[in-house]
Design a protein around this ligand. Structure first.
Ligand SMILES: [Zn+2]
Length: 304
């Protein structure tokens, strides 16, 4: 009898353990945070996204070999605006854009005509996106899933059209938190910044030094991502956003030497759910502006 009792107790304990274990598993599944449910990777420190606007010829001749040398990824935001169709000395050809895609870089949409998207022009957004999508299709490039707002204009009225076109992330400049001229900005804060209004942590200017770059990329910590915006290297067509070749080389060397992970904008899908949007897309922008006007313009003081 004693042996039988011991066996029954052991058996009961085993069943109880299995039941508790299964309950724990089920409980765990129910309570998994959204990030884990989507198999998202936690955002590491020193995550930088490189973006290049306006289809500058130097993106192919100068930027491409340098990025390949360092193994950096990047997004090239393509527009046929300005005199892209006729000026092939200063703007890339579609064959060169296709080569960037073949190299593993991302081709993003920057509207056909470099049209600033405002409440007044948002009715044209659909055809503006479509113009670039058609060119991509003609050249065997997948339809872009990222977008850069041209000319520092944005409107939330464009969100639904962007989503209809499969756009997951859209990048703006460092404004309105900082004045456009400064080229400064805040790092992207997932959950706070709307995925279709991602700020540029730095928007390179002709006078940019290594200090300006470090001010931007040192924000890439505690779950934040530094998105950098460049134009031509050099930009002979748009002098106000020119980056001299030697400056650019020094900036890229800095990122490599300091072990930054450099990605394209589309790569953020590994870390964040682009469908998760803040209730009020302007709230974080207002908060930052208040902070700046209060004089605490240290970009890393937004700890929450
Ligand atoms: Zn542009």
């Amino acid at each position: 009898m004693k042996t039988w009792n011991r066996w029954a107790i052991h058996c009961g304990a085993l069943l109880l353990f299995v039941a508790l274990f299964r309950a724990g598993m089920a409980h765990g599944q129910v309570d998994l945070p959204p990030a884990a449910a989507l198999n998202l990777t936690p955002i590491p420190d020193k995550l930088v996204v490189l973006t290049f606007d306006d289809s500058s010829k130097s993106h192919f001749t100068i930027v491409r070999p340098l990025l390949i040398k360092y193994g950096f990824k990047a997004t090239f935001f393509i527009t046929e605006g300005f005199d892209f169709p006729t000026n092939k000395r200063e703007y890339m050809s579609w064959d060169e854009i296709k080569q960037l895609h073949n190299d593993g870089f991302e081709i993003g949409n920057h509207t056909r005509d470099h049209l600033g998207i405002t409440d007044n022009t948002v009715v044209q957004l659909d055809e503006q996106l479509r113009g670039i999508e058609q060119r991509c299709q003609e050249h065997g490039i997948p339809a872009p899933i990222t977008f850069a707002w041209p000319g520092n204009a944005t409107t939330e009225k464009g969100f639904s059209v962007l989503r209809q076109h499969g756009i997951r992330f859209a990048r703006r400049g460092g404004a309105p938190e900082y004045p456009y001229e400064a080229g400064r900005g805040f790092a992207y804060e997932p959950g706070q910044d709307h995925p279709l209004l991602l700020p540029s942590a730095g928007d390179a200017r002709p006078t940019w030094t290594l200090d300006d770059l470090t001010q931007a990329v040192e924000q890439a910590k505690d779950g934040r991502v530094a998105i950098l915006q460049f134009h031509g290297v050099p930009d002979t067509a748009h002098s106000w956003v020119n980056t001299p070749q030697e400056n650019f080389a020094a900036l890229m060397r800095y990122l490599a030497v300091h072990h930054y992970q450099v990605l394209a904008l589309r790569d953020l899908a590994k870390y964040v759910d682009s469908d998760r949007v803040p209730e009020d897309a302007q709230a974080i922008i207002r908060q930052r502006k208040q902070m700046l006007s209060a004089g605490t313009d240290k970009t890393d003081s937004l700890d929450r």
